[in-house]
Design a protein around this ligand. Structure first.
Ligand SMILES: [Zn+2]
Length: 372
């Protein structure tokens, strides 16, 4: 490449690294994402590369959840230090209502973040300028960057401790007036139903999530319908049966566990059908912990949605989000980059979500190279 210094083959000289952080109900995932160096936010036609990922649990019963996130970020910074590729900025995706200034207003599934300016707190703790966005919005941005051509309406849904949503419409991430658009997990599907962390009862995420799978198995156990060996975590008797154990038993072909997974698929398809009728997306991508188990249920969900007579004329492709479980962290890094935080030239120091993604992330390639 003429005009570049001789050591331009050093990735640190020809690229910039941005951190993406995905904070969920039980864990934090930090990804170091390498982008080609450029002054602007355009990444068109140029692949990004995930050079490090690190997953750590977050405590669910402490106020200082930022301590756990900060520790994970510092761990990645220490790993990057030896390579000379230190990031210039960071994007945070977090489950819950994130307002347009980047403050987390309410998060039913992540303890200790309500009302907190995570961008400012993590900037102070790590020295990295930080933007904050809803986690499912980050998944939507990551999917937009990977899928070409992007459909007019692209809906991203996360299925884990709860359900999150993000919508790209005509190339733009849709935030709503306050920044809270697309919180489908708290659509009430059973009036007076199971209590939700948001304060309502009968929210969709109480029926199509990890805790819902766990609860359904426990109900079967208490009703004498659970024919599988009692999982090791089941208390004596009656502690929680984890969704992971139910999934593992389903993979072994256990009928009780398969019935629970089938029930989950039914609830998931109800919600998808409702969202399709409201939004008419051309593409739905699913992410989150349960998406990693999609081979167990997604065909069933697609069939149920396809069998819905009201949706006979709709054309929607439903799939697991590109980049799998890294999608939220990659999308957070993309948002930080589009806010100018990957070049070290950002006037934006903290807080503001900088969500005017536009075409800036439309054509990044999903090629990744994960380590760590
Ligand atoms: Zn709710």
């Amino acid at each position: 490449m003429p005009g570049l210094p001789e050591d331009c083959n050093d990735p640190a000289m020809t690229s910039t690294v941005t951190l993406g952080v995905d904070i969920g109900g039980t864990k934090v995932l930090v990804a170091a994402v390498r982008f080609p160096a450029s002054e602007g936010s355009e990444v068109e036609g140029i692949p990004l590369e995930v050079i490090r990922t690190l997953k750590r649990p977050v405590r669910a019963d402490v106020v200082e959840v930022t301590d756990d996130v900060t520790a994970a970020v510092r761990e990645v910074l220490a790993l990057l230090e030896s390579t000379g590729e230190l990031p210039a900025g960071m994007g945070i995706g977090v489950a819950g209502l994130v307002d347009r200034s980047g403050v987390v207003r309410r998060s039913p599934n992540v303890a200790g973040v309500d009302g907190r300016d995570l961008g400012e707190l993590l900037h102070e703790a790590t020295g990295l300028p930080t933007v904050v966005a809803n986690d499912a919005n980050c998944v939507a941005v990551a999917a937009q960057s990977a899928l070409h051509p992007t459909p007019g309406h692209l809906l991203a849904l996360t299925f884990g401790t709860g359900i999150g949503g993000g919508l790209i419409s005509s190339g733009e991430l849709q935030l709503g007036d306050s920044g809270y658009a697309l919180e489908p997990g708290h659509m009430v599907v059973v009036p007076g139903g199971v209590p939700c962390g948001c304060g309502q009862r009968g929210c969709w995420e109480r029926y199509a999530s990890g805790p819902a799978i766990s609860r359904a198995a426990e109900n079967m156990l208490s009703e004498g319908l659970w024919t599988a060996p009692t999982p090791s975590s089941a208390p004596a008797p009656g502690g929680p049966i984890s969704s992971e154990e139910v999934i593992a038993l389903a993979r072994q072909g256990d009928e009780s566990a398969l019935a629970v997974v089938g029930d989950f698929a039914e609830w998931m398809s109800f919600g998808l059908a409702n969202l399709i009728q409201v939004l008419d997306p051309g593409r739905i991508v699913i992410s989150g912990g349960l998406a990693q188990e999609a081979d167990l249920f997604l065909d069933d969900v697609v069939k149920k949605v396809g069998d819905n007579p009201q949706l006979a004329d709709h054309h929607v492709e439903i799939s697991v989000a590109p980049w799998g479980s890294n999608a939220g962290a990659i999308g957070a890094a993309l948002l930080a980059r589009s806010a100018g935080l990957s070049t070290g030239s950002a006037g934006l120091s903290t807080g503001s979500a900088g969500l005017s993604t536009g075409s800036a992330v439309e054509t990044a390639s999903p090629a990744t190279n994960e380590r760590g």
